[in-house]
Design a protein around this ligand. Structure first.
Ligand code: PNW
Length: 490
């Protein structure tokens, strides 16, 4: 729109959308207000507080339940096209089921959506960002095949209540984190640690539940409202640790086992899990004395139901790992487990820039390679970057975060120059928030949140001023130095 003609200033294509993202449990607070019931994060943080590194919880978090008008004001300060947020299932349906639709919850989301639309900011809603009603967890959660009905019912209520105004829907945030970290490990609620078993049950049920929500919208709401429904995958780039054939294959296997297992059933021509994963889990299961593969199979009908069930490819991306083959019997991988099934090990290169999160090192070229591989392997789908961002320990002068956004956006533009169809980008996050097991010790916000004051004051960081200029100019000027005195609404 504006800008000079300097050729080192890179432009985003016309119609490209900029936003920021958050999630219900991480920002809302109001954990038991106006009829909301307990979800798995309320339960975990209340029954075992110091599972969280600072023994904190999301009872109040950023208090967005009360401060949503300030949140929308920040979106206007940044000049955003859209805001990605999630709905709390237990706020909308306290029993988990549609027998009681909670008016308090409906009002809250109506207020937020309407306030955004007043200023032409499009809502992009995630139905499930990790906060399952605790009662449904007690019935097995994502390991229970009935979750397909439960999730479909919840989705229908959301489409019915808000579909007239919401054009972008996402069913589930990061299937990999939900299943692999929550059911196969102890890194997210419900900390089930059912390695190689529960985590695979979750995979199948989650994919069919996602497809149920997709089809409900497609069959019953699409012609009326014309919106789109997608899913947000989380993908790391896995770089072979050496150029040996063995490590190249190991990186491919790990890719299949961690996130292509969710992508392939939806985006491949054939549907179903990646063949290498089916083969490996079946072989290991037989060796280990199981009577069938620990990876539950899809029926032919389910394969067709899931295939093609996404209008856009939502992608959350943060980091890259080096991957090597690891079949040693002295290996520490537990049996059974996904890592053992895949026969791999992974690590970060010691030279890569650190963040405040142990799993996260800064590797911009991995973003380029990841986007390129999606373009080449899945017929260049339209991609929404639904999350990308940087963690530190706080502070307003966040030059590390500014550098991160510039380098990752450059890498994204490199892939787009070669044809990747990226249409939207959401920075994680609008503001600091409850970072799951790390509590408030890792900060991802463009705005800093003061957790010591009851008003939860939000203050723009340097990165907020820089992002605002990127959004305003639709361009990336690496030399831009913001004046960080006052944040205004243009
Ligand atoms: C995402 N990885 O999680 C979540 O969607 C957010 O809720 C979260 O706050 C944010 O990223 C920062 O952690 C991820 O290991 C967790 O590559 C781990 C990975 C990616 C995303």
């Amino acid at each position: 729109r504006v800008q000079t003609t300097r050729d080192d200033v890179r432009r985003f294509p016309d119609g490209f959308l900029f936003g920021t993202a958050t999630a219900s449990y991480q920002v809302e607070g109001g954990w038991d207000e106006d009829g909301k019931s307990e979800n798995i994060w309320d339960y975990l943080t209340h029954t075992s507080p110091c599972t969280i590194s600072d023994c904190s919880n999301g009872d109040i978090a950023d208090d967005s339940y009360h401060l949503y008008k300030r949140d929308v004001e920040m979106m206007r300060e940044l000049g955003l096209d859209f805001y990605r947020f999630s709905m709390s299932w237990s706020r909308l349906l306290p029993t988990g089921f549609p027998d009681q639709i909670n008016e308090g919850g409906v009002n809250y989301y109506n207020n937020l959506i309407n306030e955004m639309l007043k200023y032409n900011i499009q809502p992009m809603i995630t139905l499930y960002h990790w906060d399952l009603p605790q009662r449904l967890q007690e019935l097995g959660g994502w390991a229970n095949p009935h979750v397909v009905d439960w999730f479909g019912d919840y989705a229908r209520v959301a489409f019915e209540q808000f579909g007239d105004r919401v054009k972008y829907w996402m069913t589930i945030n990061e299937p990999r984190e939900v299943c692999d970290e929550g059911y196969g490990d102890v890194n997210l609620a419900p900390l089930l640690d059912s390695k190689g078993i529960g985590e695979y049950m979750c995979v199948k049920n989650l994919l069919v539940a996602h497809a149920r929500a997709y089809h409900i919208y497609n069959d019953e709401y699409k012609s009326k409202y014309g919106g789109e429904v997608g899913i947000a995958f989380s993908a790391r780039w896995y770089e072979p640790a050496s150029d040996s054939e063995i490590d190249i294959q190991a990186a491919e296997d790990f890719t299949a086992f961690t996130w292509i297992k969710y992508v392939h059933p939806i985006y491949s021509e054939t549907g179903d899990y990646p063949p290498i994963m089916k083969e490996k889990v079946a072989a290991k299961s037989a060796e280990q004395g199981f009577f069938r593969s620990r990876l539950p199979e899809f029926t032919q009908e389910e394969i067709e139901y899931v295939r093609g069930s996404s209008d856009f490819f939502g992608l959350n991306h943060y980091t890259t790992f080096l991957v090597y083959r690891n079949e040693s019997i002295y290996d520490a991988n537990p049996v059974p487990s996904l890592f053992d099934d895949a026969d791999i090990g992974s690590y970060h290169h010691p030279d890569w820039e650190e963040t405040a999160s142990s799993w996260f090192k800064v590797v911009p070229w991995g973003f380029y390679k990841l986007l390129t591989s999606i373009r080449e392997n899945y017929n260049n789908p339209p991609i929404f970057i639904t999350e990308n961002g940087f963690s530190n320990r706080g502070g307003l002068q966040d030059d590390d975060r500014v550098r991160f956004y510039r380098n990752y956006l450059s890498a994204m533009l490199d892939a787009m120059d070669e044809g990747s169809d990226v249409r939207a980008y959401a920075a994680w996050s609008l503001m600091d928030n409850f970072e799951w097991l790390s509590g408030y010790t890792e900060r991802f916000g463009l705005y800093e949140v003061d957790y010591d004051c009851p008003e939860r004051t939000r203050t723009p960081r340097k990165s907020a001023f820089v992002y605002k200029e990127i959004v305003r100019t639709r361009a990336l000027d690496l030399d831009y130095e913001p004046d960080t005195d006052v944040m205004t609404i243009d």
